[in-house]
Design a protein around this ligand. Sequence first.
Ligand code: Z5A
Length: 212
Amino acid sequence: MSLQVQPRLITLEGGEGAGKSTVLAALRDALEATGVEVVCTREPGGTPLAEQIRGLLLDPHHEPATPEAELLLVFAGRAQHVRETLLPALRRGAWVISDRFTDASYAYQGEGRGLDPAFIAELERRVVGIEPALTLLLDVPVAIGLQRARGRGAADRIEAEREDFFERVRAGYRARAQAQAHRFHVIDASQPADAVAAQAVARLRLLIEAQS
Ligand code: Z5A
């Protein structure tokens, strides 16, 4: 069974401190200016139960999660998110912008933790079943992203990883963007925030035009 492409689902991906929050706000404003309903959400999270799972995933105080436990927790939250938030919004015609989605599992748990991408793909087929029409990958050198993210205070469990972990995550995202160029658009996120946002909005407008 192949994944069902959702024409109004846009996802944002990138490493730590890539600037997803800023871009999400710009996309939301641009879409709302056209008069459509926009739902902004995030992963891990996006429903009350999935937000609880996010808390477990990012809590640095319990014993380290095994890679498999981490992956299954992420997908448990995603199962809930897809059915409770994404599909209802998409079915009523809203546009949905999600700060991270399944590509993050291939990058973090696949490339970062070394789990088999075929296992992730199987979960994606069985648990998720949908994919975005557009994925914006905000690509930034690891050192710059970590500097931005760590400027915010105490690191969560995943943020506390070593740089080589984030280098693998970045490489994983870039390889995935190349392999799935039909839906990925890569933006150099080391540029000033307003330039990054402007490029993201320009790509969104192309998607809107293609659908009208
Ligand atoms: N995770 C996973 O492992 N597997 C999965 O399947 C999923 C997620 C879905 C939480 O995600 C963690 O979950 C994440 C991956 C894992 N790992 N960690 N850690 P998250 O998306 O909630 O958390 P995050 O990646 O840590 O988000 P972030 O660091 O907040 O990134 P961001 O939203 O892209 O950054 P931002 O808040 O917009 O910007 C960060 C700072 O940089 C802020 O002070 C900005 O003002 C500044 N900034 C932003 N853009 C710029 C530019 N262009 N120039 C200068 N400064 C900038």
